[in-house]
Design a protein around this ligand. Structure first.
Ligand SMILES: Cc1cc2nc3c(=O)[nH]c(=O)nc-3n(C[C@H](O)[C@H](O)[C@H](O)COP(=O)(O)O)c2cc1C
Length: 558
């Protein structure tokens, strides 16, 4: 008997979390297996004894693609209310509370499993990207409850009450030299094949040279044979796979102490277990250090503290506040790092997540070209170390003819292409999806009005696509420059200033509103301004009603 850990994941966090739970189970002498929901035959659920669900939410409150078919099967009406009464379950949802439909997938699946009679071992866990220590804020206490309940239930005779960190878990992979014949079990994993190569056409700075923010307009060429793979619509997103920068790699390699011979040798990674998932080649993402198992007593104690429920504050200070990387953590725990055998490396270092960028170009102009507007993230952490956003730096450093792995994913916006007047609010790089959408509408000859509210610091500094907007028919751009005048002017101020024009679209013409950009204060301020405009025309709570009918949509990021 073993615990079944099922995950639904779009960019891999839920999968990593599920794999972490599997390692935790092994350290408690409980067998566990990890499977994506759609790879599991959901009709077998009633015959399982203990099942954990780890599911993220994607899109606008949607289930991740790799669990949609199982979810449909779970919803079948004929399933009886006692279908899962014999099964102990626990559900962890992964989400981001800056989204309107926070953790919807986790909440829905939890409710449905209860309806089907599941015995829940713990309340629904809601992990939130916005928590100050990220998903660990909810994951660590949730895990503790689940393990305690499972122990109390005596479901597994051998189970230990606490994890025994002396247990050595067999590595998920074995390393095979590339010149040796590839073992049967080492067949290629097709999972990552939906990422395809794009060529960089150009990479141009979109902010003035004297402006502190370096924002790039990147143009990618889609090769003809991949045209179908990269077909997109306004509002769609390009998922990009970045690589680690050389500095980070050097710190990690030095700390691990691997020989040049080992590092230069071409190898295959082969699965040790049928449930293991091969890591993609773009490995070495940032994660917390709680799953490293050390042989050095001092370091081991410190690492266990960092991974325990009472060590949350410590973890926050050590890891999250200063944005410490895996490589730096390896450097901080030198004895532990030196004892990580190459085949164990892939057990605790998670693959780099792909990042999503709203496409800034219109497919109607040139379907073989995809453009992104990307602000480079570069700041000093509380350790005073320079921190750079992994993917934005990767993109900003690209040169013409470089190659990038990407794929198209549906965005969260559902744009009306005909006969609907719209208001778009896109300060900063939030303007990217609206450039795509407004260009597209313009080429279709749409005669309905569009109002674009764009905000930035200064007209000469970071006013993106300034010249281009002039060529659009039936689209008016209203700008808010926050640093050009004595008092700060933001998009919400402009909405209030143009209240009549705004009401003409949202009230009289039954138009739609789209808001894109930073998930900080901006969306709330814009929502308040829209409510104020509507209230002054005798319509209270306009935004709440518009949200219910999809008349207002958001795409925000932190
Ligand atoms: C495109 C996109 C859409 C998202 N939509 C939501 C959402 O509607 N609600 C939510 O709570 N979280 C949302 N999130 C946050 C993810 O659920 C969260 O980052 C999670 O940790 C990702 O897990 P995964 O890597 O397993 O997919 C979204 C993330 C992305 C990238």
């Amino acid at each position: 008997m073993s615990i079944l850990i099922l995950y639904g994941s779009e960019t891999g966090t839920a999968q990593d979390t599920a794999e972490g739970l599997c390692r935790d189970a092994q350290l408690r002498k409980v067998a566990a297996r990890v499977v994506s929901l759609d790879e599991y035959d959901i009709d077998n659920l009633p015959s399982e004894r203990v099942v954990f669900f780890v599911v993220s939410t994607t899109g606008q409150g949607e289930m991740p693609p790799n669990m949609r078919s199982s979810w449909r099967r779970l919803l079948r009406k004929f399933l009886p209310a006692d279908w899962l009464t014999e099964v102990k379950m626990a559900v962890l949802g992964l989400g981001d509370s800056s989204y309107q439909k926070y953790n919807f997938a986790g909440k829905k699946i939890y409710r449905r499993l209860l309806q089907l009679g599941a015995q829940m071992m713990a309340p629904l866990g809601l992990a939130d990207d916005q928590h100050e220590i990220g998903i660990d804020g909810a994951l660590i206490p949730w895990k503790q409850t689940v393990w305690q309940e499972l122990y109390k239930s005596c479901s597994f005779k051998e189970m230990l009450e606490e994890a025994d960190t002396n247990i050595v878990i067999p590595p998920k992979f074995k390393i095979v030299k590339a010149e040796a014949p590839l073992p049967e079990s080492c067949s290629k994993d097709g999972k990552e094949q939906d990422y395809y190569e794009l060529d960089v056409l150009s990479n141009v700075r979109a902010t003035s040279e004297d402006h502190f923010q370096d924002t790039r307009l990147l143009r990618f060429l889609v090769h003809d044979h991949l045209a179908d793979r990269f077909k997109y619509e306004p509002g769609d997103v390009l998922m990009v796979r970045p690589y680690n920068n050389d500095e980070t790699l050097c710190v990690a390699i030095e700390s691990l102490g691997y020989s040049d011979q080992l590092l230069d040798e071409p190898i295959y990674l082969c699965k040790n277990s049928e449930f293991a998932v091969l890591p993609p080649p773009w490995l070495l993402g940032a994660d917390n250090p709680s799953n490293i198992i050390s042989q050095n007593e001092m370091e081991k104690m410190r690492l266990s503290e960092l991974g325990s429920p009472h060590g949350l504050d410590d973890l926050l200070n050590y890891c999250t506040r200063v944005r410490r990387t895996v490589a730096e953590t390896l450097r901080d725990f030198p004895e532990t790092a030196k004892s990580v055998a190459p085949e164990h490396l892939f057990d605790f270092i998670s693959p780099i997540r792909p990042r999503a960028f709203s496409i800034a170009s219109s497919p109607s102009r040139n379907p073989n070209v995809i453009e992104l507007l990307v602000a480079k993230v570069d700041y000093k952490s509380r350790m005073s170390e320079r921190r750079r956003g992994l993917c934005s730096t990767f993109l900003a450093n690209l040169k013409a003819h470089d190659k990038v792995f990407g794929r198209i994913r549906g965005g969260t916006f559902k744009f009306p292409l005909h006969l609907t007047p719209v208001i778009c609010v896109g300060p900063g790089t939030g303007v990217a999806p609206f450039r795509s959408f407004l260009q597209f509408r313009d080429e279709l000859g749409e005669r309905q009005n569009a109002l674009l509210f764009f905000g930035c610091r200064g007209e000469q500094k970071d006013y993106y696509f300034k010249e281009e907007w002039l060529s659009l028919r039936n689209a008016e751009v209203i700008t808010a420059f926050s640093r050009d005048a004595d008092s700060k002017v933001y998009v919400q101020h402009k909405i209030l200033e143009l209240a009549e024009k705004v009401w003409q679209i949202i009230g009289k013409a039954n138009g739609m509103v789209f808001i894109a950009g930073s998930s900080g204060d901006m969306p709330k301020a814009v929502v308040n301004a829209l409510n104020e405009v509507a209230a002054s025309h005798g319509v209270p709570d306009w935004v709440a009603k518009a949200e219910a009918t999809g008349k207002i949509q958001y795409e925000t990021w932190s």
